[in-house]
Design a protein around this ligand. Structure first.
Ligand code: RUQ
Ligand code: CUA
Ligand code: CA
Length: 669
């Protein structure tokens, strides 16, 4: 950094420190102009400042003694003691939460389920990671879903989940699926909401840095299809196409693709070549549009280059036209991929009336795009600009009909809301809530006031409330806020730093998910929940929309061993299959014998029917460990390469004789 940039960074970082340690209630006042003005001083200064704010955050509690003692001096919730009756937000023993929250797990590669308002963690759903609690990545069934190499080992052992969005019917959640991305290997996964298990993973072709993901909410043409059939995927990193070693240092030839995946088959249907890089994704309520914010319209390969332009874009995709073009064969293929690609670049789409895409200019390196629950607006945040840009759905459709002159004519508001705006959520009363990363605040702004103010009404004040969060919020979400049933009750702020908010646990801190009551005029911070690194995104669903199976159906498993009497060992040459059952406190075979060098497959069915009666199955030295839930069947395959006696035992406490629940594997030399 240059001297000037350093100064700018220091100045902003001091400002940020003040804000993050700020007094409890910062009432509705605009961010200070001296901080605001830095944004016009050039992108590099801002980026530098952004980086140093991360550091500034750490300064507030670098040693554990200080942070352990910090509890009493930690920033208070909005409103002082006595003003908030926190007991209203407690869930007493034996009572159930009113909401589920599904959260991504970032570079843990998993997904998580919490209850709200309690913040209780119920379950971690392994998706792209290996998980020995349930045997994900260990059993044959899970390996097949994750994907294997020809030698049977896992193709990938890592994943980076960012965004979780369930399937829809008629504008609200239908309780069927939840979709999540893997940014590392550009895979999309589907989790069944009845079993809360991943059942499909697809790797997207021609894509790196698959980040934003969002299901459609109905079909653009067929009115009978009012549910999710497509999932849209943005990609952040532009690459040579095909990425086979050509154009390594010729970034002008790199490009990104927007992908549509079939929600049922999970196969990619089509891709769109775009200008610039895509980030988050949102969809309309009528099925006609998907959109994605684009922060690197510059196609820069270094971060300074990505900030060269004053405006990037929010890119809209006209689904019906794209599918017509695909049907008409106006497509090309990339490398060996069979997925049809249409050209959605500006150069290839000069006439709005036939255009597949619309690039609405938005300042500057925007992050996040979200659809309002009434279906009328998209909010796209500036990130490096203190603004949120509000784009009108009806006007976008008019632009595609050739009725508007400029892409910017679709913008109906652009309120100044604070520093580092990222993601926006909505209530059911016409208000938007945007996370301000640099300001460490949530800002509540009124949509109608923002529109009036944009039209020149000086009396209209878009910002109606602000609240400090601890610290540096990324995503924020309202209860049911991504559906037409937004209820305006809660906002959850998933913050990137927790610093002094919890007992110190060493250098890797938990993150904070802060629960904010948004039902009144003023936002109230009502709970701090510690969450594992590194949630990006969550959604909040009313509990009655989720209907789970509590016990499996044994008939759903074609290889089930349906009776303990069927337990046996079958040999075909060097391939040995062990058919096994579990029923507390025994396995169906007391022992079984194989020979050194055999390829052994164990198929285990849990015959117990009682809810919550899960058994585990582990074999020492063979690295086998998985569970079978009631009436579930799973299998593992391994080479019996170590002669000796191996006690296979139950790992999941199931019975008074749980410790006695074991069986011997005898491997002959
Ligand atoms: S991103 S902090 Cu992976 Cu969702 Cu915006
Ligand atoms: Cu079965 Cu413990
Ligand atoms: Ca940019």
């Amino acid at each position: 950094m240059s001297e000037g940039e350093n100064k700018a960074a220091r100045h902003l970082s001091e400002a940020a420190q003040k804000t993050t340690r700020g007094k409890a209630t910062e009432s509705v006042k605009p961010a200070r102009p001296d901080r605001r003005s830095f944004l016009s001083n050039g992108a590099v200064a801002v980026a530098g400042a952004g980086l140093s704010i991360g550091l500034a955050g750490c300064n507030t509690s670098s040693d554990s003694a200080k942070s352990a003692g910090a509890a009493s001096s930690a920033p208070k919730a909005n409103g002082g003691p006595g003003e908030i009756d926190y007991s209203k937000y407690e869930v007493p023993p034996g009572q159930l939460d009113t909401y589920y929250s599904f959260s991504s797990g970032g570079h843990s590669g998993e997904m998580r389920i919490y209850g709200l308002p309690s913040g209780r963690l119920f379950k971690r759903i392994p998706v792209f990671n290996i998980d020995c609690l349930v045997g994900w990545g260990i059993t044959n069934e899970s390996k097949k879903i994750i994907g294997t190499k020809p030698d049977g080992s896992l193709k990938y052992c890592t994943g980076d989940t960012h965004h979780v969005h369930p399937s829809y019917t008629d504008g609200t959640y239908n309780g069927k699926y939840i979709f999540v991305n893997d940014k590392i290997h550009s895979r999309i996964a589907r989790v069944r909401l009845d079993t809360m298990e991943c059942d499909k993973i697809t790797e997207l072709p021609n894509v790196q840095g698959f980040h934003g993901i969002f299901p459609d909410k109905r079909d653009p043409v067929d009115p009978k299809i009012n549910y999710t059939t497509r999932v849209f995927c943005g990609s952040e990193f532009h690459i040579p196409q095909p990425n086979d070693g050509r154009d390594l240092n010729n970034p002008k030839n790199y490009f990104c693709l927007f992908t549509c995946v079939d929600a049922e088959t999970m196969e990619p249907r089509w891709q769109v070549k775009v200008d610039g890089n895509l980030d988050l994704v949102a969809t309309s309520y009528d099925g006609k549009l998907a959109c994605s914010n684009q922060y690197n319209s510059e196609n820069g390969v270094h971060y300074e280059e990505t900030m060269a332009a004053e405006r990037d874009a929010c890119v809209f995709f006209h689904i019906e036209r794209i599918e017509a073009a695909v049907k008409a064969g106006k497509t090309f293929r990339i490398g060996t991929s069979k997925v049809p690609v249409v050209d959605g670049t500006k150069a290839a789409n000069p006439d709005p009336k036939t255009s597949l895409t619309l690039y609405v200019p938005v300042p500057k390196n925007p992050h996040g795009v979200n659809t309002s629950p009434d279906g009328k607006y998209y909010a796209c945040s500036g990130k490096l600009s203190p603004t949120a840009t509000l784009i009108d759905h009806g006007l976008v459709l008019q632009w595609f009909d050739g009725q508007l002159k400029e892409p910017r004519d679709t913008v109906v508001a652009e309120p100044e809301i604070g520093l580092g705006p990222l993601h926006t959520a909505f209530d059911n009363r016409g208000n938007a809530y945007t996370t301000l990363f640099l300001d460490s605040q949530i800002v509540k702004w009124n949509i109608e006031a923002a529109i009036k103010s944009y039209k020149g009404d000086k009396a209209a004040k878009p910002v109606v409330d602000r609240i400090d969060v601890q610290y540096q919020p990324g995503h924020g979400f309202t209860s049911m806020g991504e559906t037409k049933e937004a209820d305006g009750k809660f906002f959850l702020s998933d913050n990137k730093f927790s610093k002094d908010r919890f007992l110190p646990v060493g250098p890797l801190h938990p993150e904070t998910a802060q629960l904010i009551d948004i039902s009144g005029d003023k936002m109230k911070l009502v709970a701090d929940h510690a969450v594992y690194s590194e949630p990006h995104d969550s959604i909040i669903i009313r509990r009655e929309l989720i209907k789970t199976k509590q016990v499996y159906d044994i008939n759903d498993f074609p290889n089930a061993v349906k009776d303990a009497k069927e337990c046996r060992v079958e040999r075909k040459g060097r391939k040995v299959t062990v058919y096994l059952t579990s029923q507390a406190p025994t396995f169906g075979l007391r022992e079984w014998t194989v020979k050194k060098g055999d390829e052994v497959t164990i198929i285990l069915t849990n015959l117990d029917k009682v809810e919550d009666l899960t058994h585990g199955f582990a074999i020492p030295k063979y690295d086998i460990n998985f569970i079978v839930n009631p009436q579930e069947t799973k299998s593992v395959t391994f080479k019996a390469d170590k002669p000796g006696v191996y006690w296979a035992y139950c790992t999941n406490f199931c019975h008074a004789l749980h410790l006695e629940m074991r069986s011997r594997m005898l491997v002959e030399a």
